[in-house]
Design a binder for this molecule. Sequence first.
Ligand code: SF4
Length: 708
Amino acid sequence: GLGAPDKVVRTTCSYCGVGCQFDLNVKDGKIIRVTSTPDAPVNGMRLCVKGRYGYDYVHHPDRLTQPMVREYLLKGEPRKDKKNRGEWVKVDWDTALNIVAGKLNQIRTESGADSIGVLSSAKCTNEENYLMNKFARQVLGTNNIDHCARLCHASTVAGLAISYGSGAMSNTMQDIVENAQAIFVTGSNTTEQHPVFGTMIRQAVLKRGVKLIVADPRRIDLVDFATLHLQQRPGTDIALLNGLMNIILQKGWADEQFIAERTEGFDEFKANLQNYPPEKVSEITGVPLEQLYQAAEIMGTCKPMAVFWAMGITQHIVGVQNVLTLANLQMLLGNMGVPGGGVNPLRGQNNVQGACDMGGLPNVYPGYQPVASDAARGKFETAWGVSLSPKPGMTVTEMIPADGEGKIRALYILGENPVMTDPDVNHVRHCLEELEFLVLQEIFPSETSAYADVLLPGVTFAEKEGTFTNTERRIQRVRKAVEPVGQSRPDWEIISDLARRMIAVSNRKPAEAPQSGWNYGSPAEIMDEVASITPSYAGVSYERLDRGENLHWPVKGYDHPGTPILHIGQFTRGKGLFSPTTDVPPAEKPDAEFPMLMNTGRVLYHWHGGEMTRRAKGLMEVYPKPLIELNPEDALRIGINGNRMVKITSRRGSIVSEAWVTNRVPEGMVYANFHFPESNANELTIAALDPIAKIPEFKITAVKVELA
Ligand code: SF4
């Protein structure tokens, strides 16, 4: 091999929200391998294939190494051709950042701060997300900031806020594996999307005999270890859960003491369950009656039970209602605020929890302090030395269409790739084409960069200091192992530099205040500022993290140990609120023209828009091209032939891809991913939104499938 490393650097994985810690082995300034360590707090020696073999994108020749601007900007001209932004020209940092500051200031002066939008990044550190939130709100003066949480767990955050007053994973994985008697996994393909957690669930089943119930339209790998697989029809989760709760109540398995002492709204909720008798629920969901009774019995008699969910629950026009229904279930059973129980939404990206915590959302400052609250706003006005807007900003799913309508004139995107990851990407491309000014801070020339006017080269997780917050609310260190490539700079430095230039040219000058400046010496200083104005991070410091303390927020002070289990004794809102929920059909249903359903998601070997994993050799060797899961019955009906190429069409577009003929999907359903630009499921998906969370219904698209 490559021999002994010059140094090893302990850091946190850049892929999923499990937040595995491992060592980067560095030789001659390059990462030569990843090794695991028994000291890692949750994963120990366990890592998945992405964490272990997915690192070489860091040194990929495609990395952006120098700022670039379109030629028209250098000439000081307006963009002549709408469709064609012209040639890229490599420039120095001064030139690029001065152009960005000047143009953003001009647009704000002409059209107001709300004509600018900012997308923060779940792949960047807490410190960088905090700075993006401060840049949008303090420097630009808009609450138009959002990020990809909108596309994954916006409905979880909104739903749990209604039920409990705050929304995050309530228990830790270690606690669940040690203390749960039952585990209910719904809409989470845990083995592929949170692999180390998938392994831990499997071990709990095999070693302790924990009862596992999986509710999923697909036969995911976890089913092999489950006591019961409920294969509900897509979009029938509310009916399924209400039916189970109806049985639980009938059989006397509800926790009456918990309901009486810790909740409100029970009577109305109970009355609504009468609309879901088991026979009717079996008909709606397609789940056999006896399985409904078996599942209810496990839930009712094996307590505590922990619930896990992911996109199968959240990415629906009823995403918030789905989450409310799960929150009801755990209150009904008295599984909240106890070891081994809880509501456990699995967050996808390495730092999507932190990006939300740091105020990368249009309605809240860091720590979920609402922009509409006079008290919270007053506090941040004092801290940042400016007056702030009380109006919640736009979401991603509102900002991008607003580009097409001219309501948003400029977008600043940090490390996101909407042309791959947003619904109905045909429309996204059209909107970005229409957009006047797009600044993209990225590590690769992503699919979205074709629509950018300025490209600023940021760095990977291996080239900077910072922290990520994993799905269990644990704040962990990210450490620099190698030098930034070329002229690329750590993202926190770029944002700070731009903020200083923007303040210099604008008439919005912050007053002197301890937290109003932008001269940060290090990410540790940024975290100190976060701690000073964010109660849930009040006790977080690099000193504590570097000492090896495991801090789960809320960490209320420097002598507070953190909070591994939420909602003990009382909920954030006081009493937990039961909400009656009603099943609603999906936005699009199969019909004569589009008779099948497409479900979308990811595969083990790739990551979201694929920019990093398509540039990791070890992963591309195993999964080099997109595959579409197709049931054997459907394959037979279509008359699939040797090359297995199929064309899938929805009302919005079509893709051609190789089919994987498999029983993982039921008849009438295909499953496609969005990792490869040549056949991206999001060419087909629909931008129908949940009315509260504004999350798109990625999980249900009506399609037709033919031979290509
Ligand atoms: Fe990284 Fe998640 Fe795999 Fe752990 S399970 S190595 S955090 S991708």
